[in-house]
Design a protein around this ligand. Structure first.
Ligand SMILES: *[C@@H]1O[C@H](CO)[C@@H](O)[C@H](O)[C@H]1NC(C)=O
Ligand SMILES: *[C@@H]1O[C@H](CO)[C@@H](O)[C@H](O)[C@H]1NC(C)=O
Ligand SMILES: *[C@@H]1O[C@H](CO)[C@@H](O)[C@H](O)[C@H]1NC(C)=O
Ligand SMILES: *[C@@H]1O[C@H](CO)[C@@H](O)[C@H](O)[C@H]1NC(C)=O
Ligand SMILES: *[C@@H]1O[C@H](CO)[C@@H](O)[C@H](O)[C@H]1NC(C)=O
Ligand SMILES: *[C@@H]1O[C@H](CO)[C@@H](O)[C@H](O)[C@H]1NC(C)=O
Length: 679
């Protein structure tokens, strides 16, 4: 598709600068973790304090030559409290990169992943860290072992697999037979097609013997081959070794030291380096100018319209700049759009072509965007059902480019969704761009969305308690991923039943990231004067004051949970003081100890009373008036998954009638309410 390459590279440079402001502030990219739940320690235990020591030893020793360090903490007289630990950095990293990853890992493993387990392993793109109450040094351990895949497929999958197996096997001896004390690490680049190169990597912890390293890697390769499904990238992670392949350079590619460089080449790369340097410098200036210009424009505009400007949105700087810069450069050389860069930036997706659908293909699939194939509509445009030539069903979101908002939502959505990957988030298959047309293609969800079921008396009967419970925990896990577990911290801001899609197994998938906001790592709260979202699901502090945080999503989640259980809408916003909102209704029944009256009749037949009461209890905790009283999603997930943890007594929910009166200050025009029924 004809995107001028100069504008693409310009955009790339811009994006990389912008994203470095916020996105990539985190040094390590989390991939997986394992905590043995069989062995736990209590918060004040000796083990706990020795583990803290161990982690600080590891962190303090993270600039070793080999990118590896093993140590122990605790006295030998008390072996039960001794902690053993090590880290291993990817062999190509600089000591600084290694230190950053180890420092992140030592913090995150105890804070986020293995809070009270004696045995833990965590894998990042850049390093692996483990500890245990058992000495595991020089012992080969390939369990727990996990395989992760890149989302995208490769062409010629069989030839690719052959090439891959050969490349990996070639690397094994190079890593395994490294001298003792040296890194057991090897990488290789192999040409696959004219434009694609296979990059492969194998690595063992250097405390293993050659024999053990060899055994661990061979096992990993066998595992990879066995589960290979034509993906263009993948990896096998185990405590003692790991392997990875991609068709982009995910490690620092070494200049071939043994191949003497022709003299001219050095000069050329010098020239290129200068060009790149100048371009980057120029882009920085441009970005700053754009930003200042935009701020001035905004200030002027807001003075003119005499709007209240809270001026607190600086934390969102980089994304405003990204969106607004292309807004007013729009149409000129940069052609006002940034999908390419976004996708290139998403570390897993390097080849944009492969994600793109031909506009003609989509046009044909949707019967020329016929009205018959419309399955939903929102502020950004329409959603169509399409059938591709090979019979695959897809949902196509077509963004209306008449409104700037459509353009922003499109970019926002692509930016986010290209980076996210979770069972409970809807999956992007690709996109199509031609001129003004901007399309996103998703997997098709045959069971439409949650509202389609829960508010319809007939279809409701298809939902038993088990299904409802799964949907609730699915939404919770998807949200938890957005808030904490993906590399970014994302606030959805428009969570509601119509944005929760259901696949054919009734697994919940959160969709519609058009309103979502990305937070910097240490940012917890933001405010906006443009309140977007849907009444009935918005937290009071957000609807009334424009202040949002992860706790506003928790509120929306609580409302959805209560709607699922009661089968009633929380559309209380416009009710008079005599009527009730769903939340007030739930609260009254809770206080009167008649909470089972709240439960929909269909559900009552298939549920355990204690389970459903607990679920309502959790829902009420989520909709409490004060955001600080609401639990985080990680707590919610834990509470939903356990029957034994005691729950605190909920306080009064938000939106008692007297608070409502203030809502009149908002005119409906300021809200972009998207009532689509995406599938
Ligand atoms: C530990 O985790 C396994 C697998 O997730 C699970 O089957 C088992 O019930 C858990 N055990 C405890 C004590 O939580
Ligand atoms: C842990 O320590 C805190 C304060 O240091 C104390 O209040 C608490 O009771 C202790 N818990 C246990 C289980 O010892
Ligand atoms: C490295 O770890 C050892 C324990 O293995 C510790 O005694 C030492 O202080 C650490 N090094 C630094 C620089 O802190
Ligand atoms: C590191 O592991 C080796 C065995 O591989 C062991 O001999 C050595 O004592 C360990 N280092 C520490 C500080 O425990
Ligand atoms: C391990 O914990 C014990 C008890 O708190 C303490 O005496 C010992 O110094 C700790 N060892 C290390 C290396 O932190
Ligand atoms: C590790 O802890 C578990 C549970 O506390 C215990 O059963 C096991 O024996 C410990 N292992 C060692 C080597 O101390």
């Amino acid at each position: 598709m004809g995107i001028p390459s100069s504008s693409v590279s310009m955009h790339l440079v811009l994006l990389s600068i912008l994203s470095s402001l916020c996105l990539t502030s985190k040094a390590a990219q989390y991939r997986y973790h394992f905590c043995s739940n069989q062995t736990t320690f209590s918060p004040n235990s000796t083990y706990r304090s020795n583990l803290s020591h161990l982690l600080s030893f590891l962190s303090a020793n993270s600039t070793t030559e080999t990118g590896f360090y093993n140590t122990t903490a605790g006295q030998t007289q008390t072996p039960e409290n001794t902690v053993y630990g090590l880290f291993l950095c990817r062999g190509d990293l600089s000591t600084k990169e290694c230190r950053d990853c180890v420092s992140t890992a030592t913090k995150e493993i105890v804070q986020l992943y293995c809070r009270d387990e004696k045995v833990g392993v965590i894998w990042y793109d850049e390093c692996v860290l483990r500890y245990s109450n058992r000495s595991f040094f020089s012992v080969m351990e390939d369990e727990p072992r996990t395989v992760l895949w890149n989302l995208l497929d490769i062409t010629e999958r069989d030839r690719f697999l052959q090439l891959l197996e050969k490349a990996l096997s070639d690397l094994v001896p190079a890593a395994a037979n490294a001298l003792s004390g040296a890194k057991k690490f090897a990488t290789k680049e192999t040409k696959f097609t004219e434009s694609q190169t296979l990059y492969s990597l194998v690595e063992c912890t250097p405390d293993l013997s050659s024999f053990d390293c060899n055994r661990c890697l061979q096992g990993a390769i066998a595992k990879l081959s066995k589960s290979y499904d034509g993906k263009r990238g993948g990896r096998v992670l185990s405590p003692s070794c790991n392997i990875r392949y991609e068709v982009f350079a995910f490690f620092h590619v070494q200049a071939q030291a043994d191949a003497p460089q022709p003299k001219g080449k050095g000069k050329i790369s010098m020239v290129i380096a200068i060009i790149i340097g100048v371009t980057i410098a120029a882009s920085v200036v441009l970005v700053v100018l754009l930003y200042c210009f935009q701020r001035r424009k905004e200030r002027k505009k807001s003075n003119a319209t005499n709007e209240k400007n809270s001026g607190k949105s600086d934390g969102l700087l980089s994304f405003h700049v990204l969106l607004s810069s292309s807004r007013f450069v729009g149409g000129a050389a940069l052609s006002g759009w940034s999908l390419v860069e976004v996708l290139v930036d998403a570390s897993e997706i390097t080849n944009v072509e492969s994600l793109q659908f031909d506009f003609e293909t989509i046009e044909a699939a949707t019967n020329k965007f016929s009205d018959d194939s419309i399955i939903g509509e929102g502020g950004f445009g329409k959603v169509y059902k399409g059938v591709l030539l090979e019979g695959k069903e897809v949902a196509v979101k077509r963004f209306s480019m008449k409104s700037l908002q459509g353009l922003e939502e499109f970019k926002n959505e692509v930016l986010l969704i290209a980076k996210l990957q979770h069972k409970n988030l809807v999956r992007l298959l690709g996109c199509g761009i031609e001129g003004e047309e901007k399309l996103l293609v998703y997997e098709f969800m045959p069971n439409k969305s949650l509202d389609f079921f829960i508010f319809d008396s007939k279809r409701r009967s298809q939902l038993d308690w088990k299904t409802c419970n799964n949907i609730i925990s699915g939404i919770a896990r998807g949200l938890l991923y957005l808030h904490e577990d993906s590399r970014l911290k994302i606030i959805h801001r428009d969570l509601k039943p119509s944005n929760v899609l259901l696949d054919h197994d009734m697994v919940a998938k959160i969709s519609d990231f058009g309103m979502a906001r990305i937070f910097c790592e240490n940012q917890n709260i933001a405010s906006t004067k443009r309140v977007v979202g849907t009444y009935g699901y918005m937290a009071p502090e957000y609807a009334l004051e424009g202040v949002f945080s992860v706790k506003s999503d928790v509120f929306s989640f609580g409302v959805i949970l209560l709607e699922i259980i009661s089968g009633k809408r929380n559309s209380g916003f416009y009710l008079t003081e005599h009527a009730q909102t769903l939340l007030a209704y739930a609260w009254r029944l809770w206080c009167e100890d008649k909470v089972l009256e709240f439960v929909d009749n269909f559900l009552m037949e298939s549920c355990w009373t204690s389970e459903i009461v607990r679920c309502i209890h959790i829902g009420l905790l989520c909709v409490q008036e004060n955001p600080n009283d609401r639990p985080t999603m990680s707590t919610v997930v834990v509470l939903l998954g356990s029957e034994s943890i005691d729950l605190p007594e909920p306080k009064h929910p938000a939106f008692s009638v007297d608070k409502f009166t203030q809502i009149d200050e908002f005119s409906v025009n300021e809200l972009s309410i998207s009532n689509i029924v995406p599938r």
